[in-house]
Write a protein that binds this ligand. Sequence first.
Ligand code: NAD
Length: 343
Amino acid sequence: MIKVAVNGYGTVGKRVADAVAAQKDMKIVGVSKTRPNAEAFVAKQRGYPLYIADITKKPAFEKAGLSVAGSVEDMCRLADVVVDATPGDVGATNKSLYEKLGVNAIWQGGEDHEVAGFSFNSSCNYRDAIGRKFVRVVSCNTTGLCRIIHAIDQEYGAAHVHAVMVRRGSDPGEIKKGPIDAVVLDPVSVPSHHGPDVLTVLPHISITTMAMIVPTTMMHMHAVQITTKKDVSRERVIELINNHPRMGLVRKSAGIRSTAELKEFAMDLGRPRSDLWENCIFEESIYAKGKELCFFQAIHQEADIVVENIDAIRAMTGTEKDPAKSIAMTNAALNFIPIQKFH
Ligand code: NAD
């Protein structure tokens, strides 16, 4: 069993912890919180030992009825791999602790590539992560871009990618973030950071990205245009998506044309936390003519990176060297069957 600690039991951390607990070859040795809030009670309900970043806050946790197993350092000592899911830029400050303890660590997309020196996506560079001590799982948007760009690049060669990201303003639980009534260019300048971030995984790709944030919490929407090196076939692209374990197709038959309806579908399917781990590519939007391919894809920001973290754990520990096998194991343990199989 691979022993996994989750440092930062928030939006990403709580999902990664449940995904780890579902795997046959992994177990959770602890999760960490800074405050005794609702998520800490969820950790207790799940039976995850609770550790805290600031041990002087132990009385506050105990007063709330939450027993504390120890400090973050105590937790990290028990682990083969620490998944750092603390807020962006906080994770980097934990590096010296992981180095001191000699423990493997995975950071999230809120950290710079340099913190780990290696950026990961299961479908693109799993084998390169085998045996690495430090890995960064790229952000939700970059994960969604990497999956499809890599698949198209392998089939046709990608001469250039242009992608526009319409991003959710905040996660559903974030009550203090906005915008409430604006379309915010984020950033105003071009390119947004997403293109350069794709290059940390797929360095040879030519890509330009633009991004804005809008008043919604559910998902991001990407408008993607890829200029290919060979003529592209719409039917073949649909086949590539259908055959990919982490890409979903939203068919016309579902009558879905929004992120809201997608989340409703995921909820009705009984997905935990209504999570959509796959890219949700709208079949009707797939346009292929000559060397031009266009489509819309929706990305569930809280979810697509969760399954990538699980594969990163297996790659780093070298317990499974075949990416396809790890991806299949991860998906099976979560009962993750891409959405097109249900409509
Ligand atoms: P979050 O704020 O929801 O959760 C972070 C958790 O870490 C909280 O529980 C907080 O209490 C805890 N924490 C804060 N400081 C800590 C410390 N010093 N030690 C231990 N725990 C600490 O954040 P999140 O949205 O889950 O983001 C985590 C990382 O994942 C970031 O790098 C972010 O960019 C990345 N990410 C987030 C999303 C998303 O949609 N939320 C998607 C992809 C990647």
